[in-house]
Ligand binder design. Structure first.
Ligand code: PLP
Length: 373
């Protein structure tokens, strides 16, 4: 099957260059969207078809569209960065394409071929290239591919029709005033994902289920929630949208960089995977293992736990200063981002910004540099 060609319909009313500059000067996160979006449809009869770049705008859905009732929806999140030569590249987009297929499989949805996923990124970025911030800083264009079940009807079964879409939103540095530590709520009642459930899929439903514990955490002054496993309520899973890393000092004085292993409920973050590689490259001893919630609390209290951070595409690294839980709180180290956290963050963001060597070939060009005149 050959990949469908994309039709391109230009937005007749794009943002003015002045308005775009104003937005790019202070984009925040997920507040503004570019002038265009991608839509691709799938049906049992036609497979993937009608690939199009169209003006960004509302879509029309029949009220009985299956996504609105049974939540068949998946998404991805990745960033495009302007490189010094003017080209536009993304960080491991092939990994996002494969994970999107894995999520589709878990939710019994049609799987978008990797080439079509990557082509959708290139097509949108070519048309909206001026929305990709200048190179050098930590600004990026956040890309949000997603897919919904569009067959009409209330029968409970996999939809026979899907709509894939791609939208893009300029993103400023997550920590505008320098990397700041966050407080995390260690949630011991609600869980995020169970073995055999949808925890390994990037689906909206997981996020819907996390909003109540998120609100509980917020009541305790925490911006993030860390979850325990659903079976024993003992082992650390991850945060709602970030994987977790821990830096321990072992009794023999050596340092261990540890993250929970992928045992069937943790979402396999691409930042997590890259962080494991970068940490090894920097010479740290790295382990993927079960980590008990008590190791976090006791380790922070007795000083054997030196640093904790979350990692994901949006913030890259989120240092954790204080862990709160029902009945107490502990501060990790001195509560400030630790040296290992900062070293790993810098090593990864330097590759993404295109200012460091890329020995693993992670950066993928999606739009070539404009031809020099
Ligand atoms: C997306 C996501 C992450 C982070 O994945 P990255 O690929 O690093 O952005 C972690 N946990 C959950 C639940 C997620 O949805």
């Amino acid at each position: 099957m050959s990949a469908p060609q994309f039709s391109v319909t230009r937005n007749p009313h794009p943002a003015s260059p002045e308005r775009r500059a104003e937005i790019l000067a202070d984009p925040g996160f997920g507040r503004y969207f570019t002038d265009h979006m991608v839509t691709i449809r799938w049906s049992e009869d036609q497979g993937w078809h009608d690939a199009a770049v169209v003006p960004y705008g509302p879509i029309t859905l029949d009220p009985s569209s299956m996504v609105l009732h049974y939540g068949q929806e998946i998404f991805e999140g990745l960033k495009a960065y302007r490189q010094a030569d003017g080209s536009i590249a993304s960080f491991r987009p092939d990994a996002n394409a494969r994970r999107f297929q894995g999520s589709a499989q878990r939710l019994a949805m049609a799987e978008l071929p990797e080439e079509l996923f990557l082509a959708s990124l290139s097509e949108l970025l070519s048309v909206d290239s001026e929305w990709v911030p200048a190179s050098g800083g930590e600004d990026s264009l956040y890309l949000r591919p997603f897919m919904i079940a569009t067959e009409v009807g209330l029968g409970v079964r996999p939809s026979a029709e899907y709509l894939y879409m791609l939208i893009a939103s300029p993103a400023g540095p997550y920590f505008a005033g320098g990397v700041q530590p966050m407080d995390v709520w260690l949630e011991r009642e609600y869980t995020r994902a169970a073995l055999g459930g949808t925890g390994t899929a990037k689906c909206g439903g997981n996020y819907a289920a996390s909003l109540l514990p998120q609100a509980v955490g917020a009541q305790h002054g925490c911006a993030q929630v860390a979850y325990l496993d659903a079976e024993e309520h003992t082992w650390i899973d991850e945060m709602g949208s970030n994987n977790l890393f821990f830096v321990f000092r072992r009794p023999d004085g050596s340092t261990e960089v540890a993250t929970p292993d992928l045992r069937g409920s943790v979402l396999a973050g691409i930042t997590r995977d890259s962080m494991l590689t970068v940490a090894k490259d920097l010479g740290y001893e790295v382990t993927e293992r079960r980590i008990a919630g008590s190791e976090l609390i006791d380790g922070a209290a007795d000083g054997s736990l030196l640093e904790v951070f979350g990692c994901g595409t949006a913030a890259v690294v989120t240092p954790i200063g204080t862990v709160k839980y029902s009945g107490g709180e502990v501060t990790v180290g001195d509560g400030q981002p630790g040296p290992v956290t900062l070293a790993l963050r810098e090593a990864l963001t330097d590759v993404q910004r295109g200012v460091a060597a890329d020995p693993h070939g992670w950066m993928t060009e999606l739009v070539p540099a404009p031809a020099s005149v």
